[in-house]
Structures are given as C-alpha cells and as structure tokens.
Design a protein around this ligand. Structure first.
Ligand code: CO8
Length: 259
C-alpha cells in the first residue's frame, strides 16, 4: 500500500486486507487521525481487485473504547457538526467489499458503532460490548441507537443506551449482535479465515449480496424484495454466473474472475 500511517497498521493476507486500529495507549479510542487513516485504507482496498474482503481488528485488550473523549470534550455543537466525523461510519456500508470486525476486549461507544457498521463481527470470549455514552451526558451518535436496536431488539438496546448495560460475548451471540465467538487466541485467525472464504467467492455476487442484505435495514419489504430481484437478474449478465452454473453441471470447481 506504500503509505505510512500513525494510528493503524496495515497487512495483506492473500486476498484479505487486515487493518489494525493502533492506539493501544488509549484503548484504540477513535480520534480523527485514526478515522481518516482507516477510511483511506478502506477506500484504497475497495478499489483494488486483488482484495476480496477486509478485516478490522484492534488488539486483545480493546477493539476500541469509543470515540476519543479528550478530542471532543470541549467541542461546540457547531464544531461537531462541521467536522462531521461520524459520516465515515456510514461509508463502510457502501463499500463493495465485505468488512469483518474482529473484536476482543472493550468494544464500546463509537467502537461498538464501528463494529456494527461492519458486515459481520467475529468476537473473542473476552469481548465486552456497550454504549456508555449515557455516562458522559450524551447518547450514541454513530448508529448506536439504530443499528444496535435492529441487531439486539428494543429491550436490550434500551438497557444498553439508557443504563450502560454491557454485553458479554456470549450474550452478544445470544442476542444476535455477533456472528461467532471463539477463544481469544483464535478470534483474529477465525475472522481472517472467514474473510478468506468470502474473498475466494464470485466478487460481483458478494458485492450485490452485501448490498441486498443491507437494503433489508433501509426499506420496506416490497422495495427490498424488488431490489434483490433486480440484482439477481442482473447477475445473469456476468461471466461468473455462467461459469458458476456450468461448473456445477460439470461437477468441477468454478473459477471466479469478477466479470
Ligand atoms: N477516549 C479517550 N481516551 C480513552 C478512552 C476514550 N473513549 N477510553 C480509554 N481511554 C484512555 C484512558 O483515558 C487512559 O488513558 P491514560 O492512561 O492516559 O489515563 C487509557 O485509555 C486506559 O484507560 P483506563 O485507564 O480508563 O482503563 P481501565 O481498564 O481502567 O478502563 C474502560 C477501561 C472501562 C474502557 C475505560 O477506559 C472507559 O470507560 N473508557 C471510556 C469509554 C466510553 O465512555 N466510551 C464512549 C465514548 S463516547 C462515544 O464513543 C460516542 C461516539 C460518537 C460517534 C463517534 C465519532 C468519531
């Protein structure tokens, strides 16, 4: 990738891009530099056909303990609005490549909102999920009231947002916030394996599948169904559809080209 970053670490594993949030002294609190660097990396990988999926992780202690409180403590409403650093969260949903959050330790506030902005979450047994903004006299600002409620339901979301209830990894799995929970020694490997499996699949179908699933959260059922159907029909114009179906008939492995 060539560029050097101060607050994220970047690695490529085959067709999977791995970006590590790297402000361990602040439990990976999301400041503007980190968010800019993260978005820069994600945008570059989204445009790179050699990358098929992305994993975002922190370290074993913290995925991220929220937005950087020191950076925003003195900000005025006008400054917050003008800076609009929250806009970055929504961009992950619009990326073509699937993004998996590999979460261990603290996953709080903006950290949990970042994880929920990703397409899937693989958690370690030590992960703790929460929206503690109420302790700071504010509410979640980057989707914590919306994505969280859609994921875990109203009852649990209310407790988390109004009373700082944190979820253990097992609870997060039970309520549908995360895809899977594995021992701390394995969570990153597990996320990378899942990403590698998806990265080996037909790229256009993965992109349209991600978009169609995300549409379920944004539309009436009839609109979502119509959108899905259009995407399904469209995929019959791709070489990968012909190859995938022919390979099935010929009892061989398909070769995906993303065309
Ligand atoms: N911001 C800035 N610094 C932080 C943050 C944070 N969110 N979290 C931890 N740190 C720093 C601490 O200040 C401390 O630094 P120092 O050593 O210099 O004093 C260091 O990280 C280690 O933290 P602790 O000593 O507090 O570690 P503990 O193990 O005692 O406690 C906790 C861990 C419970 C996670 C504790 O650090 C904590 O409560 N952190 C704050 C959690 C929080 O309130 N998060 C929500 C922030 S608000 C938010 O996310 C709104 C999102 C809106 C949109 C996002 C826009 C970008």
């Amino acid at each position: 990738m060539g560029k050097s970053y101060s607050s994220v670490l970047v690695e490529v594993h085959g067709r999977v891009g791995l970006v590590r949030l790297n402000r361990p002294q602040a439990l990976n609190a999301l400041n503007s530099t980190l968010m800019q660097e993260l978005m820069d990396v994600l945008a570059a990988w989204d445009a790179d056909p050699a990358i098929g999926a992305v994993v975002i992780c922190g370290n074993d202690q913290a995925f991220a303990a929220g937005a950087d409180i020191r950076e925003m403590a003195e900000a005025t409403a006008v400054e917050m609005l003008t800076r609009d650093s929250i806009a970055a969260f929504d961009r992950i949903r619009t990326l073509k490549k699937p993004v998996i959050a590999a979460v261990s330790g603290w996953c709080l506030g903006g950290g949990n909102e970042l994880a929920m902005s990703c397409d899937m979450i693989v958690a370690s047994e030590t992960a703790r999920f929460g929206q503690p903004e109420i302790n700071l006299g504010v509410i979640p600002g980057a989707g914590g009231t919306q994505r969280l409620t859609r994921a875990v339901g109203k009852a649990i979301a209310m407790e988390m947002v109004l009373n700082n209830r944190t979820l253990t990894a097992a609870e997060a799995l039970h309520y549908g916030l995360v895809n899977r929970v594995v021992p701390v020694e394995r969570y990153l490997e597990e996320a990378l394996e899942l990403a590698a499996q998806i990265a080996a699949r037909a790229p256009l179908a993965v992109y349209m599948g991600k978009e169609a699933v995300n549409h379920a959260f944004e539309s009436f059922l009839s609109e979502g169904i119509a959108d899905e159907r259009r995407a399904f029909y469209f995929l019959f114009s791709t070489r990968d559809q012909k190859e995938g179906m022919q390979a099935f008939i010929e009892k061989r492995k398909p070769e995906w080209r993303g065309e």
